[in-house]
Design a protein around this ligand. Structure first.
Ligand code: P6P
Length: 335
């Protein structure tokens, strides 16, 4: 790979993608185009979110998604927008989405890529103006070009991701992504309709003093997680839990910290989804020098077997995740 030239802050996303494409000698531009397609959809969703309070697009849609969760209208809008952008872009042969029970075949059977996406995570926070996000993973298809995607395309381990990222619709809107060469963050300038490089080469602190967990479930956490939470309290760590995964993850990525979603009474196998939430954030955090585990193994090593399968998630600063893993292994030795 060419010297990983540091591009100046303020570089546009387009120019950055083009320059990084030059780093991949055999890149033929499809992945670059796919990243642009995602950025376009993010701009459109951002506009819808910003106007949600003013147009009748906020609030519940009146239906439930495959998760049995009340779909918020913006969930539906975001799902439609991302699927349309990926279909029209032509690079993607199939998509799985949190909002859709089955695989969406785009008709682009010559598309080299598949995408797993949570179009709008944390959408229950929309009506109360809390930051929400889009999370995506991109894989090269393993099935034959020219044919319809198969489940093998979607049951690849997280280690096989070629790119992953998230959009956080917060006090500012940012796109943060990796193609396996580090993590870069771009801030959206609405007046220009452009993403600009604002956080080049993001690395997460090796250790931290922020812990993010829904302590409402404390009484039903595994003993070792109770113990870890008590350690955080004794150490006077800061408890920060927004209840919006992308927002909690993004803060911990930049400042250092750990996000925990253990087995709980309501979600005995964990709540978060492997294919379109955990794998993407695990790829990003590892690229930034952090760690992501289900308590026993790397998230990226989990062999998927269902599209919407859940997993427990301990993600963030490496030393903090290591401590949780050591406690889990020592005190809750897997049966
Ligand atoms: P709980 C939002 O529904 C979400 O999927 C994540 O964004 C968030 O981190 C988590 O669930 C919150 O779950 O059980 O703490 O409300």
């Amino acid at each position: 790979l060419k010297e990983n030239l540091a591009l100046p802050v303020g570089t546009t996303l387009d120019r950055f993608i083009m320059r990084k494409q030059e780093d991949f000698p055999y890149a033929t531009g499809e992945l670059s185009q796919l990243l642009r397609d995602i950025a376009l959809a993010a701009k459109i969703v951002n506009r819808a979110i910003n106007h949600a309070g003013l147009t009748d697009i906020g609030g519940a849609y009146g239906k439930q998604n495959v998760q049995g969760e009340d779909q918020q209208k913006l969930d539906v809008v975001a799902n439609i927008r991302f699927i349309r952008a990926l279909r029209n872009g032509g690079e993607v042969c199939a998509i799985i989405s949190e909002e859709e029970e089955d695989v969406i075949h785009t008709g682009n059977n010559n598309g080299k890529y598949i995408v797993a996406i949570d179009p709008l995570d944390g959408s229950s926070n929309i009506d109360v103006n809390v930051s929400i996000g889009t999370i995506f993973s991109i894989y090269r298809r393993v099935s034959e070009l020219g044919t319809e995607a198969t489940m093998d395309d979607f049951f690849q381990k997280g280690t096989e991701q070629v790119a992953a990222g998230y959009v956080i619709y917060g006090s500012s809107t940012m796109l943060v992504y990796t193609t396996g060469n580090g993590v870069n963050g771009f801030t959206y300038e609405t007046s220009l309709g452009e993403f600009f490089l604002s956080h080049p080469n993001i690395t997460t602190p090796q250790n931290g003093s922020i812990y993010s967990v829904n302590e409402g479930g404390f009484n039903h956490f595994p003993e070792s997680i109770k113990h870890y939470v008590e350690l955080c309290r004794v150490r006077n760590y800061a408890a920060r839990y927004i209840g919006s995964l992308v927002a909690d993850f993004h803060r911990n990525l930049l400042k250092g910290g750990i996000y925990l979603y253990p087995n709980t009474l309501k979600s005995p196998g964990g709540k978060l989804r492997l294919l379109y939430e955990c794998n993407a954030l695990a790829f990003l955090v590892e690229q930034a020098g952090g760690k992501a585990s289900d308590g026993r193994q790397r998230i990226l090593e989990i062999q998927p077997s269902e599209l919407h399968q859940r997993c427990t998630l301990y993600i963030g600063s490496k030393d903090m995740v290591n401590e949780v893993e050591n406690l889990l292994v020592a005190r809750d030795r897997p049966v």
